[in-house]
Design a protein around this ligand. Structure first.
Ligand SMILES: Cc1ncc(C[n+]2csc(CCOP(=O)(O)OP(=O)(O)O)c2C)c(N)n1
Length: 313
């Protein structure tokens, strides 16, 4: 329980620090924070093994942290330093750390689902009971790649977990304006894929749903679709004034903050004390500060680096 809480606090502290560094122009590029959605990343990755593979999208920090990617290498990546997990060439939307099982993130909305299909195919071919999981938003659910991937994953019984973070918006467009389907999990039914819609702000509900899906995939049962209902407490990108949503909606979701809610439940149940809760938050914040400090001393890439590992068509 404390580990789940620590993961969520680490993600929150990391993104708050990133926001601060962005304000100081020490972190560059377009930033999409997942503050408010931490329970999905923490709950899902807690149900996966190190050898399982994760693919993420344009809002990937939480998924990378929960999958065990070194935080200092993430800070360095966002700052464009050579010590970054992609030598500073990927930035926020293109993180990768394959040794942790975090295969990649990509800014191509929906494209990540098709990439994960390939990863799941490789997992099946290797016959080591590994599973692949892909995180995507409700907006990605309207892409052709998403539907093609559901079809092939079902047809070939691939060990792929479709994890939809339904936060009610695609950029500035509410769900009701981009699809007539209110629950994306219903798409899974069409392809005969088992699905569940869970409270994405309840870390234990997410973990249980992903554990069940992963067990099914390992046993040869093919893909599953888990829709996690959640909300981003920040704008679509850092700096987004978010005028497209009511303040009352935001304040309502703040009362469902996944971290504070989980901490309160643990104290209420007597699983831990208020002091232990505060200590977990303090430890997470200290580790994030130390990682940011370490990253800030990383070397900048040499000029030669500019042309390595870069493909231009
Ligand atoms: C193929 C493609 N089309 C459009 C965009 C621009 N874009 C970036 S984020 C986004 C919305 C994604 O919404 P959703 O999938 O719900 O994820 P969320 O931002 O809510 O996490 C869009 C359309 C893109 N990056 N890639």
């Amino acid at each position: 329980m404390l580990r789940l809480l620590r993961t969520m606090w680490t993600i929150r502290a990391f993104e708050e620090k990133v926001s601060e560094l962005f304000g100081r122009r020490e972190v560059h590029g377009l930033l999409h924070l997942s503050i408010g959605q931490e329970a999905v990343a923490a709950g899902a990755c807690a149900a996966l093994r190190t050898t399982d593979r994760v693919v993420s999208g344009h809002r990937p920090h939480g998924h990378a942290i929960a999958k065990g990617v070194d935080i200092a290498s993430l800070f360095a990546e966002l700052a464009g330093r050579e010590t970054g997990c992609c030598r500073g060439k990927g930035g926020s939307m293109h993180l990768a750390a394959p040794t942790t099982g975090f295969v990649t993130a990509t800014g191509i909305v929906g494209g990540n689902v098709a990439l994960a299909l390939g990863v799941a195919f490789a997992c099946k071919e290797r016959e080591k009971q590994e599973v692949a999981a892909v995180f995507f938003g409700d907006g990605a659910g309207q892409s052709g790649a998403f539907h093609e991937s559901l079809n092939i994953a079902a047809l070939w019984k691939l060990p792929l977990l479709f994890i939809c973070e339904n936060n009610g918006y695609a950029e500035f467009t509410p769900l009701s304006a981009h699809t007539p389907i209110s629950q994306l999990a219903r798409h899974a039914e069409t392809y005969g894929i088992p699905s569940a819609t869970v409270d994405g702000n309840d870390v234990l509900a997410v973990r249980t749903a992903i554990s069940d899906a992963a067990a099914r995939a390992r046993a040869g049962g093919g893909p599953s679709f888990i829709e996690c209902m959640t909300y981003r407490l920040r704008g679509h990108y850092e700096g987004d004034p978010a005028k497209y949503r009511e303040l009352s909606e935001l304040s309502d979701w703040k009362t469902k903050d996944p971290i504070r809610r989980f901490a309160a439940t643990l104290v209420k149940k007597g699983t831990c004390t208020h002091e232990q809760m505060r200590a977990v938050e303090a430890e997470a914040r200290a580790s994030v500060e130390a990682a940011a400090q370490k990253a800030s001393t990383g070397a900048w890439p040499s000029v030669d680096e500019v042309t390595t590992l870069v493909y231009a068509g």
